[in-house]
Design a binder for this molecule. Structure first.
Ligand code: ZN
Length: 176
């Protein structure tokens, strides 16, 4: 997928869950490609395959888990990794797919890998995801008390002293 789609999708998802980490998610959402460019620049003529090592889903998820175990300011590292994972999902929707890990000898595609990069379908998918995320954010800001179905406001509860920090940490990703 194009960078604009990667950025829009990862940024929108992150904005729903953790607005403070959007810059990290945006950076992460393009990281598989720009890290690949850096590797290519330093490869001294050796060929760096497109959508290879920097596009391993397992590596991005491992980084996300690692970020959860350490002190992570505003969850930036976590969302950087989630951005990379979102990039993988987007690339896996395309015809050429994306590799799950270093052990995979072929790339995986999601939903049949029918999307061509830069095609109208890519922008329709991007638009739907961004739209749904915008709806969540809109509902949150317009609903009195901050409660919306399917999405509890643990961060809100925390700020109002209804739950303690530990409870917030545990539940902040709960969707119901
Ligand atoms: Zn990519």
């Amino acid at each position: 997928m194009r960078w604009i789609s990667h950025i829009a999708i990862a940024g929108a998802i992150c904005a729903v869950v953790n607005p403070a980490a959007v810059p990290a998610a945006v950076l992460g959402s393009t990281a598989p490609d720009w890290i690949e460019m850096i590797r290519r620049a330093f490869s001294r003529g050796k060929k760096v395959k497109h959508r290879a090592a920097t596009h391993y889903l397992a590596a991005w998820l491992a980084l996300a888990i690692f970020a959860r175990l350490i002190w992570d300011h505003q969850s930036w590292l976590f969302w950087f990794a989630m951005g990379g994972a979102v990039h993988w999902v987007c690339d896996a929707l395309t015809v050429s797919g994306a590799p799950v890990g270093w052990w995979s000898d072929r790339r995986v595609t999601l939903f049949g890998g029918k999307v061509y990069t830069g095609s109208p379908a890519e922008y329709v998918i991007t638009g739907i995801i961004v739209g749904v995320c915008a709806l969540f954010i809109w509902l949150r800001t317009t609903t009195p008390g901050g409660f919306i179905p399917f999405f509890y406001h643990w961060a809100d509860f925390y700020e109002r002293g209804l739950v303690d920090g530990l409870e917030w940490r545990i539940h902040r990703f709960d969707m119901i």
